[in-house]
Design a protein around this ligand. Structure first.
Ligand code: GLC
Ligand code: GLC
Length: 819
């Protein structure tokens, strides 16, 4: 069952009923000011940091679902009132529609002939959100309406706001001047910022005290002020400051009116906070023009059009037309959009990530970059330099860093031994995309310590060295606190409730090893060899090639189980992910990553020749399900002290045998490496959210973005997704489909076109911007294999790498024939 449909022309998902299985959200803003926005106007807003600069309140895990947001109420002369966005009153609407687009949401509805439409978005370059409301009286008689707005302010630090009531109930402060509500808690002391909530109309009244607006013991679904049709003009002093406007609207039959609200964030210079100086009154000199500007509908319209154009430009960098509509809309619109959101948010704020938990992950941010780098390479460059400046001198990494300070997070610390290798992959992706080799010479600090600078190139070498310095008993890399699988905690041995599995360590860490890191290491070495080659550093090329070859040998000696790659060795030296195990006999991660690294290919001149196909066949046999490939089998049926968090989850959820979507694209890519485009695409489709739209009732999460996990076959409800939006799944699926299945892949010295796609397709078209040149690519199938012949601007070339064109060339036409 569906709850809406895709409008690919408009690049929107159209939700046609408000009671979706879960709130289906969107993100407003893409620079500094952000809002989470559900299909019934739920959510909250923040400036840069979801924890430390939160503008409005939201209570997670609330009942009913999704309470708290950007609320509007309409009340007619007869005293009937309703929410034109359905929540919070849930009065049944005659019509309802929500359109989520890139950085904006439009909700329209109708109730008793009163048509409502609101467009919510954040103008580029501004720290404010606009709610552009249009009311149309479709009745034959005039209407006399009251419109009320309502937001609940957060006292900035969302964690403190949700816990420190003894202080917070006494610090709330507002100013109401010229019909604008200013929220200024803590402005009197050390904050130089405030929030404001303005309306384009003359107000009939306002409220800023929550209990005055709602009435005692009432909720947002029946505010007494709305019921009575009259604001109380309350001025907050402590307690829970809110912002609510009351506007009287008189509409003749057929008449339409636009009303604009803006909710914004503003900073003043420290020494010019008050006006007049010495008073306690906010200096509004610089904010007033901003407010005035966006309360005019022509300016709001222009800002909206600019935002649309901005996204047309970003998404236009890669556009494809394949025989599969799910592929087209995910590549052209939604997957790229989600990549931008994950890049901006990391894992901080979604409807599953509270915004007060984790900082930016080292491994998360570096992987997010893979799906984003082609859109705004400059920001990828900046991110690389920020992340690498938190790297440790020994080449290791802080597992997380804080976005505001950009410093490593000591609470979580380091010792996730896969972390540094992702930096190599990220830098390599940036170099391939941009050709900006100068980044390697950038002086970058270690642990943000001045005076420790070395070139980024050396940072990469240290990342590789970090693994070489930590061999385990089988010469496989030691796993540390965990590798990519945060929950495979082989040194933890925690028996105390509440301890963090990731930071508790009861073993010396000298035994447990990871086959996954070994595979990732080989992959990173191959990238590093390419980088070093380009830099003319032959010694480094030899070194990493040799290290990779040695690691490969180790994998065949200790990491191969006969039919698939093993996963790890535990602290006792026992294999995990092996036929020896009763549970956790096979894991997805090493199969994907080792084959991606080129281990076990037919032509491989090593003992592993042919094992890649074997491993992938084992994945198909033991792990593939109609809802995607599960992480491990059999699932762990109980908690194992020596395995950690992975066995803490009930079977079929999260890291214990769910379809952990992040890992699926590794297998897709691996299938292309062994030349099986049909299988790669089949896996791609199984978790493609658009292809799952028909089963939205089961899937539950948004059909336009990937979720981190889909419940596995051992779960109570296989196929039910959780943790939508913020997941490495976005970037990796984007890479798998665009670079491997469709095969359009940036190389260090040009663009490669080497698709491995289903034999059933007769071809596809693609357009891609690459280093300032537009490549128009048309692929035709003339045989069932994967051999590619290229014609570039009418001339055949040898191989699949299109060399960079002359400097003045802006378009290159590519014809590929696949046989
Ligand atoms: C989450 C984390 C990611 C980790 C994965 C597997 O997605 O953000 O860093 O690799 O879980 O545990
Ligand atoms: C990852 C995992 C999650 C675990 C968390 C701990 O996000 O997906 O299961 O609880 O890491 O940091």
């Amino acid at each position: 069952m569906k709850f809406g449909h895709f409008d690919d022309e408009q690049r929107e998902y159209v939700i046609s009923r408000p009671d979706t299985p879960l709130p289906w959200i969107n993100y407003l803003g893409c620079e500094a000011y952000f809002g989470l926005m559900s299909n019934t106007a739920g959510g909250y807003s923040f400036y840069r940091d979801a924890r430390l600069r939160r503008l409005t309140r939201y209570r997670y895990n609330n009942a009913p679902l999704d309470m708290g947001g950007r609320y509007l109420y309409l009340r007619d002369a007869a005293g009937r009132y309703w929410s034109p966005t359905w929540m919070p009153t849930r009065v049944k609407l005659d019509e309802y529609e929500c359109r989520h687009g890139q950085g904006y949401t439009i909700i329209t509805s109708k109730f008793n002939g009163m048509k409502f439409s609101a467009r919510y978005f954040v103008p580029l370059g501004e720290s404010l959100e606009i709610w552009q409301v249009t009311l149309t009286n479709e009745n034959a008689s005039p209407a006399d309406l009251s419109l009320f707005s309502a937001v609940e302010f957060c006292l900035w630090d969302a964690n403190d706001d949700a816990t420190n009531y003894q202080r917070n109930y006494s610090i709330g402060q507002v100013e109401i001047v010229d019909d604008v509500i200013y929220h200024k808690s803590e402005y009197r002391e050390r904050r130089d910022h405030f929030a404001y909530f303005a309306c384009s109309e003359k107000l009939a009244g306002f409220d800023t005290i929550r209990e005055e607006f709602l009435g005692p013991y009432r909720g947002w679904d029946e505010p007494v002020v709305v019921e009575e049709g009259k604001s109380r003009n309350s001025e907050a002093h402590g307690w829970q400051p809110i912002g609510s406007h009351h506007v009287n609207v008189r509409l003749k039959a057929g008449e339409q009116k636009q009303i604009i609200f803006i909710l914004g964030y503003h900073e003043n210079p420290k020494d010019d906070k008050f006006d007049p100086p010495g008073s306690q009154v906010i200096n509004k000199k610089t904010v007033k023009p901003v407010i005035a500007k966006y309360l005019k509908s022509e300016n709001a319209d222009k800002a909206f059009n600019d935002l649309r154009e901005y996204w047309t430009g970003l998404l236009g960098k890669i556009q494809v037309t394949t025989p599969d509509e799910h592929t087209n809309r995910m590549v052209n619109i939604w997957n790229a959009y989600q990549c931008m959101v994950t890049f901006n948010m990391s894992r901080s704020a979604s409807y599953f990530e509270s915004g007060i938990g984790r900082g930016m992950g080292f491994r998360d941010s570096t992987q997010d970059l893979l799906g984003f780098v082609h859109m705004v390479p400059e920001r990828a460059r900046e991110r690389i330099l920020d992340v690498s400046a938190t790297q440790l001198k020994n080449g290791g990494a802080f597992h997380q860093y804080q976005p505001l300070t950009k410093r490593g997070n000591n609470d979580v610390g380091s010792g996730f031994n896969d972390d540094p290798l992702w930096l190599v992959l990220a830098v390599s992706a940036y170099l391939r995309e941009s050709g900006d080799w100068s980044i390697l010479d950038e002086p970058v600090q270690y642990e943000n310590e001045p005076g420790t600078e070395s070139s980024l190139y050396e940072h990469l070498q240290r990342a590789i060295q970090y693994i070489l310095d930590r061999p385990g008993p089988h010469k496989l890399p030691l796993i540390g606190r965990a590798d990519w699988n945060d929950c495979l905690n082989l040194n933890c041995f925690s028996d105390t409730p509440g301890q963090s599995f990731q930071t508790t360590t009861n073993k010396d860490g000298k035994s447990a090893e990871s086959v996954f890191i070994a595979g990732l290491f080989v992959l990173a070495c191959r990238e590093m060899a390419g980088i070093a080659e380009h830099c003319g550093d032959q010694a480094q090329v030899e070194k990493v090639k040799k290290s990779a070859a040695e690691m490969e040998k180790v994998v065949w000696a200790a990491g191969w189980d006969g039919e698939w790659f093993r996963r790890a060795y535990d602290d006792f030296g026992h294999a995990l992910g092996s036929k020896e195990n009763a549970e956790g006999r096979i894991f997805i991660e090493p199969q994907g990553i080792c084959v991606m690294a080129g281990l076990g290919l037919d032509a491989a001149p090593s003992s592993g020749s042919g094992n890649a196909v074997k491993a992938l066949d084992a994945v198909r046999e033991h792990l593939a399900t109609p809802h995607g490939i599960v992480l491990n089998q059999p699932a762990f049926s109980q908690y194992y002290l020596h395995l950690g968090e992975i066995s803490s989850y009930p079977a079929g959820y999260k890291e214990n045998a769910s379809v952990f979507c992040h890992t699926n694209p590794w297998v897709m890519i691996a299938e292309t490496v062994v030349g099986r485009g049909d299988k790669a695409f089949d896996y791609y489709t199984r978790i493609n959210p658009s292809a799952r739209e028909e089963i939205s009732e089961l899937h539950k999460c948004e059909p336009y973005v990937y979720a981190q996990m889909i419940a596995g076959k051992d779960a109570v409800k296989p196929g039910e997704a959780k943790n939508s939006w913020l997941s490495g799944t976005a970037a990796w699926n984007y890479v798998a489909i665009t670079q491997h299945i469709l095969g359009i892949r940036p190389a260090f010295d040009g663009l490669e076109v080497r698709p491995v796609f289903p034999p059933g397709w007769d071809g596809f078209e693609a357009a891609r911007d690459f280093r300032g040149v537009r490549y128009e690519i048309s692929v035709k199938r003339e045989g069932a294999g994967n051999s590619v012949s290229l014609e570039v601007d009418g001339k055949s070339i040898l191989g699949t790498l299109i060399p960079l064109p002359d400097a003045n060339k802006k378009t290159v036409k590519v014809k590929a024939v696949v046989r």
